[in-house]
Write a protein that binds this ligand. Structure first.
Ligand SMILES: Cc1cc2nc3c(=O)[nH]c(=O)nc-3n(C[C@H](O)[C@H](O)[C@H](O)COP(=O)(O)OP(=O)(O)OC[C@H]3O[C@@H](n4cnc5c(N)ncnc54)[C@H](O)[C@@H]3O)c2cc1C
Ligand SMILES: *[C@@H]1O[C@H](CO)[C@@H](O)[C@H](O)[C@H]1NC(C)=O
Ligand SMILES: *[C@@H]1O[C@H](CO)[C@@H](O)[C@H](O)[C@H]1NC(C)=O
Ligand SMILES: *[C@@H]1O[C@H](CO)[C@@H](O)[C@H](O)[C@H]1NC(C)=O
Ligand SMILES: *[C@@H]1O[C@H](CO)[C@@H](O)[C@H](O)[C@H]1NC(C)=O
Length: 528
């Protein structure tokens, strides 16, 4: 049974490959029937009538693939709807949720959504903040949560990671083997979104961002083909997947470069607000000195919480070395608490998870600057001024999070032919800024989102005046209105557009998947 399934799949794959150039979306019943038959699926009974209807798409999917479709009122639907980080995404209600068990289920779903012109969204870990990023009102949400393979190659150099994993699932399998991959730092984040947009990691000084460590993608194209995409097979599409977000296909598996990794040093310190000058200066030095410290990673956050401002630093060091010299300048700054210790990556990921609770309204926005303590102090001042205008909102927790993009990391962006982010060594070191705000009442949405936008525009203005501005907009931290791909530089954006037209001639991932960041800057979703 299983073998014949695979045979049908292999033959249909060959046929599809030959026909690939002639592909157009299935519009007539016969075309859909043939396309599905080529995936080994026979429609029993009458062929469906073409119509623009999501309920009809859901109904057909549930007849051709039992048990992968859930609708409102079912336990699966409710449970999956609960697995979004922000309330905005959680409150978005699709006509049905499809939970592929294997890549071919993704292919079938893509063909059916095209036939019924039903808009869809794709969800991995569900941590994108704004509504519509990985869920879709009235459409079909393809929930990758069953794709949970984590399989290390015999020679221990590559791990096949299913696109529905969360990072803790990956780390808790690799930690006991003394191995790791470049991934996120917070337990609950999805492998899919983080890796397609970038992926800042504790190990970025040695290995680059998560996308730099992907050797091969198993990708489902708009025409239903399931393909391995790598530097040898399709260098153009391989380039595009390393930063292109959801614009090129649905990734079902990431094959990740794997390296030996034992215990680490890491944890967080919390500091009073009068440490502002010392922290900014230590950050600037840390970023400038990065080539001496490839094993060290730093996250600095300025936050307002329950009536006061507090600052925190989070440290990661890839070796089990207590108080490594890389962080010396921070150790001399007075702290309120300190959790630094020798521990596992999984343990650090769980610690950081606790400081990012779900179940609130969330807003993320971002900007990038040249490295400068003087600029960081000016931006901190702007942040505080704007927080003062919104700090009465219920449960509000605004955090201004700064991370260095160091020169050793940027150098690694050239790995495997280079990624799509458009950041050159000569541009670094950079400060990657993420303004993250959580709150609880919809009544506060508009003024909070407006204040966040002012922090970004005022900071960019000051940076320009100081000659420290930079164009890059990090996709994984960006707000709906930010033009992520223009931030990659116009040459890279044009290159991505051309690759998209080649592999998705009908622009299915543009027109039928409206949510999240688009190459033309016309992004889809809603902040509130
Ligand atoms: C608490 C928290 C901690 C974070 N920590 C880090 C960190 O350490 N480093 C870092 O770089 N970023 C970090 N981020 C940012 C994070 O990378 C983004 O939020 C990212 O989008 C999350 O990925 P996800 O799979 O959970 O999100 P999702 O919302 O599921 O996906 C985000 C987007 O990617 C698309 N997508 C996801 N999977 C696929 C796929 N397989 N194929 C095609 N499209 C897909 C979705 O359609 C959606 O548009 C953090 C975010 C939060 C909220
Ligand atoms: C640093 O913070 C103090 C308050 O703790 C403030 O008075 C001072 O202006 C800040 N310094 C700068 C350079 O922003
Ligand atoms: C950075 O390097 C300078 C000069 O080598 C040194 O004085 C300083 O202590 C270093 N700081 C950090 C944080 O490594
Ligand atoms: C935090 O403070 C404690 C006690 O003063 C000190 O031992 C520790 O080194 C400090 N850590 C950092 C990173 O500042
Ligand atoms: C991480 O945080 C989320 C949101 O608060 C929670 O649902 C999840 O259980 C946490 N996971 C771990 C491993 O701590």
């Amino acid at each position: 049974m299983r073998l014949s399934g695979w045979l049908i799949w292999a033959i249909s794959w060959l046929v599809c490959s030959v026909l690939a150039d002639a592909y157009t979306a299935p519009h007539t019943s016969d075309e859909l029937g043939r396309a599905l038959a080529s995936l080994g699926v026979e429609i029993r009974g009458q062929l469906p009538v073409p119509q623009a209807s999501c309920p009809a798409a859901c109904a057909l999917l549930s007849t051709v693939r039992k048990n992968i479709v859930s609708t409102s009122g079912s336990q699966t639907y409710a449970q999956q709807q609960g697995r979004y980080w922000s309330l905005q995404q959680l409150e978005t209600l699709p006509a049905c949720r499809v939970t592929p068990q294997i890549a071919i289920d993704v292919a079938i779903t893509l063909l059916v959504t095209q036939f019924f012109q039903c808009p869809f969204a794709v969800k991995s870990g569900g941590h994108a903040a704004f509504a519509g990023a990985s869920n879709i009102q009235g459409g079909i949400t393809i929930d990758l949560s069953s794709l949970t393979q984590v399989e290390v190659s015999k020679d221990r150099t590559v791990t096949k990671v299913g696109a529905g994993n969360r990072w803790l699932d990956v780390y808790s399998k690799l930690d006991p083997l003394g191995l790791s991959v470049v991934g996120g730092r917070v337990a609950d984040i999805g492998v899919g979104g983080l890796t397609l947009g970038g992926g800042v990691s504790f190990f970025s000084g040695r290995y680059g961002w998560a996308l730099d460590g992907v050797k091969n993608y198993q990708l489902v194209l708009a025409n239903g083909q399931i393909r391995d995409i790598n530097q040898n097979s399709d260098p153009d599409l391989y380039f595009a997947l390393r930063g292109g977000g959801n614009n090129f296909g649905i990734v079902t598996r990431f094959d990740m470069e794997t390296f030996p990794q034992g215990l680490m040093w890491g944890g967080s310190t919390i500091h009073p607000p009068n440490t502002n000058v010392s922290i900014c200066k230590a950050f600037e030095n840390f970023a400038n000195n990065a080539s001496q410290n490839p094993d060290a990673a730093l996250i600095t956050a300025y936050a307002y919480s329950q009536g006061s401002y507090i600052f925190s630093n989070n440290y990661g060091y890839a070796l089990p070395t207590p108080f490594p010299p890389a962080f010396n300048e921070f150790t001399s700054i007075p702290n309120i608490t300190d959790t630094q210790r020798i521990t596992t990556l999984s343990n650090l990921a769980v610690e950081l998870n606790a400081s990012n609770p779900g179940g609130f309204r969330e807003h993320y926005t971002t900007a990038t600057f040249k490295n400068s303590a003087a600029l960081q102090l000016r931006i901190l001042d702007i942040f505080i001024q704007e927080v003062e205008t919104i700090k009465d909102a219920a449960d509000i927790l605004p955090a201004l999070v700064m991370q260095p993009i160091t020169i050793p990391t940027i150098r690694l962006f050239r790995k495997n032919g280079g990624n799509a982010l458009g950041i050159a060594e000569a541009d670094g070191p950079l400060i990657l800024m993420n303004l993250a705000i959580l709150w609880s009442s919809t009544a506060d949405d508009d003024r909070i989102i407006a204040a966040a936008a002012r922090v970004i525009s005022r900071s960019q203005q000051v940076a320009r005046e100081m000659g420290l501005g930079y164009r890059y907009i990090y996709q994984n931290y960006a707000s709906l209105s930010q033009d992520v791909f223009r931030g990659y530089g116009e040459e890279n954006r044009q290159r991505l557009l051309a690759i998209s037209r080649k592999y998705d001639p009908d622009q299915v991932f543009r027109s039928l998947q409206p949510g999240y960041f688009k190459l033309d800057g016309v992004n889809g979703g809603s902040l509130s």
